[in-house]
Design a protein around this ligand. Structure first.
Ligand code: HEM
Ligand SMILES: *[C@@H]1O[C@H](CO)[C@@H](O)[C@H](O)[C@H]1NC(C)=O
Length: 330
């Protein structure tokens, strides 16, 4: 047989397969991404989360929400961590995030340690994803493995938060739409809403339901009147104190249990966006199922967090590894 320079069919197939494999690797996150480059990365983050929660266990809720607000705005790229500058109002200074979003110092502390150990290796976006997982675990949720390799974005605009994050006044159709825009199903929307079993809300986020519901009715009739009366005491009308806040699941505000679904079933969901889940038969069914089967919900919650953590990620050569999570690299 004559020797030829032409590649054989199996060779072409093999090359195509290899190329496909490399492209897939580049577009996806990987478990154990830092095993070779910074083996202790996840332990360092966990240790900082543990220390942060010792000063205030409310930070668990803060870190879980931080990951959500990062991922829904420009993908999970750490853009929520960037500080505003003289010429830019960043995501974190949108009224949606400031003053309520918390846990930034924990991310800063983890990043500082990681820069000392493995300079320029671990992205801020991955730190947020690891920290949210640790917070879930420490609040009594189910632990899960976090695929990593996210890169950090270089853009953060407050205006992006209004169009990408759901408002607490949203009805079930709007919620479903906003989550679908991020590749999440309606069922995952109901599952992730269960995060409101931990943490707090400022009065300003729901006081419309107590005092200014609509032009003819001051109080939202879908809110349990006894609970409304209690909330009115905690959140007096016209209070000028912007830091007034109440627990979202008063029975167990620090525990990632299915108390949220019990509350919604009792018309004690704090936001319209919580209570609205009973207005659609599919979402109402899921609320019921999650309320009666907390162990299954914990598993579904962990899986939905992994999926949320992959929204719009930057990988490969995209973006950068920020040196300081609060500022893009110069
Ligand atoms: C379904 C649509 C959602 C809406 C409309 C919504 C809205 C809100 C609002 C208004 C607050 C209170 C902020 C404040 O005033 O202090 C809040 C708190 C919180 N949200 Fe959501 N949220 C949604 C989904 C989620 C998801 C998917 C997660 C995470 C997986 C999440 C996690 C949290 C946590 C943990 C808190 C408490 C934060 C703290 O205590 O610092 N939320 N949410
Ligand atoms: C206000 O809300 C009540 C209770 O849901 C409803 O019956 C009424 O039609 C609403 N009024 C307006 C003007 O939307």
């Amino acid at each position: 047989m004559r020797h030829t320079e032409m590649p054989t069919t199996p060779m072409i197939l093999g090359m195509a397969l290899l190329l496909g494999f490399l492209v897939t690797l580049e577009a996806q996150l990987q478990l154990g991404f830092y095993t070779q480059s910074c083996g202790f990365a996840e332990f360092i983050v966990k240790d900082e989360v543990r220390k942060g929660l010792m000063t205030d266990s409310g930070f668990a809720a803060g870190l879980i929400r931080l990951h959500f607000h990062d991922c829904f705005v420009r993908g999970c790229d750490g853009s929520v961590l960037i500080d505003s500058t003289a010429s830019n109002v960043a995501e974190k200074d949108s009224p949606v995030n400031n003053p309520s979003l918390r846990g930034f110092e924990i991310i800063d502390n983890a990043k500082a340690k990681l820069e000392l150990m493995c300079k320029g290796v671990v992205s801020c976006a991955d730190i947020v994803a690891f920290a949210a997982r640790d917070a879930v675990e420490m609040a009594g949720g189910l632990g899960y493995d976090v695929p990593a390799g996210r890169r950090d974005g270089r853009v953060s605009l407050a205006t992006d938060t209004f169009t990408n994050l759901p408002p607490p006044t949203a009805d079930v159709n709007l919620l479903t739409q906003i989550f679908a825009n991020k590749g999440l199903t309606q069922e995952e929307m109901v599952i992730l809403s269960g995060a409101h079993t931990v943490g707090q809300s400022h009065c300003t986020s729901f006081s419309n339901r107590l005092y200014t519901y609509n032009t003819t009715t001051s109080q939202d009739p879908t809110l349990d009147p006894n609970y409304a009366a209690q909330l009115k005491q905690q959140c007096p009308q016209g209070s000028t104190n912007p830091s007034l806040a109440v627990p979202m699941d008063p029975m167990s505000p620090f525990s990632l249990d299915s108390g949220y679904y019990m509350a919604v079933l009792a018309n004690r969901g704090l936001f319209s966006s919580d209570q609205t889940l009973l207005t659609n038969s599919d979402t109402a069914n899921q609320v019921n199922q999650n309320a009666v089967n907390p162990y299954l919900w914990r598993r579904k919650f962990a899986a939905a967090m992994v999926k949320m953590g992959q929204i719009g990620v930057l990988t490969g050569d995209a973006g950068e590894i920020r040196t300081n999570c609060r500022a893009i690299n110069q």
